[in-house]
Ligand binder design. Structure first.
Ligand code: UD1
Length: 399
């Protein structure tokens, strides 16, 4: 790998970034003669269950550098990432910085890059919940404003970006890299029996394939940080478990809130199985045999649509409207009656059939890398790339 080649510096930070970067990074590595790929992990997520297992299972190489920022309040975490990322940019001198998703690492690294006139590529641009109480929404809006090349997963994203004054020629609809990872790894999904063995757990009920259980995940601050809301949801989960057994993979943030608020008893039920956060291939295994998913995660709304599994989203809104319009998703919020009604409907009717959104075909990373090669790498000399993109943007009146 030559240091003289233009370097595409990719940033990952938190769990939902890993399945997005894996196919892009693998694709960048296919062109060692023209691209030097460099991976920075900010360390926002750092332990075995939230990071290491994902790197291993998704075949992501060890990062070139780990900033080891760890957890912290938003301002502290964002600031720490910025402080530690700046010298990396100085040392590596990349031709562009590629960020994914909407976590604090995404905006922190973008802010540092833009002030150094380094072009930013945002993968999963233009998604909007239109709910500015979500930290991720702030991260999305600001990262898109700073980006030079924006890759979208669904066509509605372009409208959001145009409404915010972003030029259409910076935006490319390429499909969904998270679905690239899903399709690549589905065959390697770990069977449920092995998952239970791995966690020394026993299924307290008999699984009937295809309709055996619901998978539950929860971690949004709006659901778990307010004890009254969280308790209401857990009581509803308990009710739901009388209709359909529930496997709950408990995020560390959620575990902390359960313990602090003393809500553990609500989960002490023969038809609720709590597991720690599970690695990627275990989650795929759980999904394969699930009859529905209840979640407040963004990624799972898309993964269930791709797999044709009914999804009940425990949020008031979604930034991924295609999962409702075309997919299997229903947004119900935290209202117990609405949740119970939706579960009953799915059990009675099988839920929304849905269809696979356009370009969710497992080839999004290839499209992204082709465009990067064409727009950023190819023009003459790598060191001029940032200037070229910025001059172009100025000429178009975008800067
Ligand atoms: C972050 C992202 C969110 C994403 C989620 C997926 C932001 C603003 N939020 O939220 O968009 O959906 O990750 O998980 O970037 N912890 C561990 N081990 C780890 C990492 C975290 O135990 O490896 C614990 C920490 O104690 C921390 C808590 O989990 O207090 C929450 O982690 P943090 O990264 O701060 O935020 P998330 O809620 O995970």
């Amino acid at each position: 790998m030559s240091k003289d080649l233009p370097t595409v510096l990719c940033v990952v930070g938190a769990r939902p970034n890993f399945m997005k970067i894996a196919p892009i990074y693998a694709c960048l590595l296919k062109y060692p003669e023209v691209i030097r790929a460099y991976l920075v992990h900010t360390g926002q997520h750092y332990d075995e269950t939230m990071k290491d297992a994902f790197f291993r299972q998704l075949g992501i190489p060890e990062p070139n550098i780990d900033l080891e920022v760890g957890s912290g309040r938003h301002a502290v975490q964002t600031a720490q990432i910025m402080l530690k990322f700046e010298p990396v940019l100085d040392a590596v001198n990349p031709c562009c910085v590629l960020v994914v998703g909407d976590v604090n690492s995404t905006i922190a690294c973008s802010l540092v890059a833009v002030k150094k006139q380094i072009p930013i590529i945002h993968v999963e641009a233009g998604l909007r919940s239109h709910d500015r109480t979500m930290p991720e929404e702030i991260n999305r809006i600001l990262t898109d404003q700073l980006s030079d090349l924006l890759f979208t997963t669904e066509e509605s994203a372009l409208q959001n970006l145009l409404a915010e004054g972003i030029a259409a020629d910076k935006v490319h609809f390429v499909g969904n890299v998270m679905i690239d990872s899903l399709l690549t790894n589905l065959e390697r999904a770990i069977p449920v029996a092995d998952i239970l063995k791995n966690h020394q757990a026993e299924m307290p009920w008999t699984i009937e394939p295809g309709k055996g259980y619901a998978v539950l995940t929860l971690h949004r601050p709006s659901n778990v940080d307010d004890t009254r809301v969280f308790e209401k949801i857990l009581r509803t989960v308990r009710d739901v478990s009388c209709q359909i057994p529930v496997i709950f993979t408990v995020h560390p943030r959620t575990r902390k809130m359960i313990d602090q608020a003393g809500l553990g008893d609500l989960l002490n039920h023969s038809r609720i199985l709590c597991l720690p956060p599970v690695p990627y291939l275990e989650m795929l295994g759980l999904l394969k045999d699930a009859c529905m998913v209840l979640t407040d995660s963004g990624g799972l709304q898309e993964e269930t649509t791709a797999l044709g599994i009914p999804c009940i989203t425990l949020r008031e809104n979604t930034e991924r409207p295609i999962t409702i319009d075309q997919g299997t998703n229903t947004v119900v919020g935290s209202d117990p009656e609405k949740i119970r009604r939706c579960v009953t409907e799915i059990l009675e009717s099988g839920g929304k059939a849905g269809q696979i959104p356009r370009l969710w075909d497992g080839r999004s990373a290839e499209r992204i890398v082709e465009i990067i090669k064409r727009v950023i790498i190819d023009p003459l000399c790598a060191s001029h790339v940032g200037r070229d993109i910025r001059n172009h943007n100025r000429a178009c009146g975008n800067l």
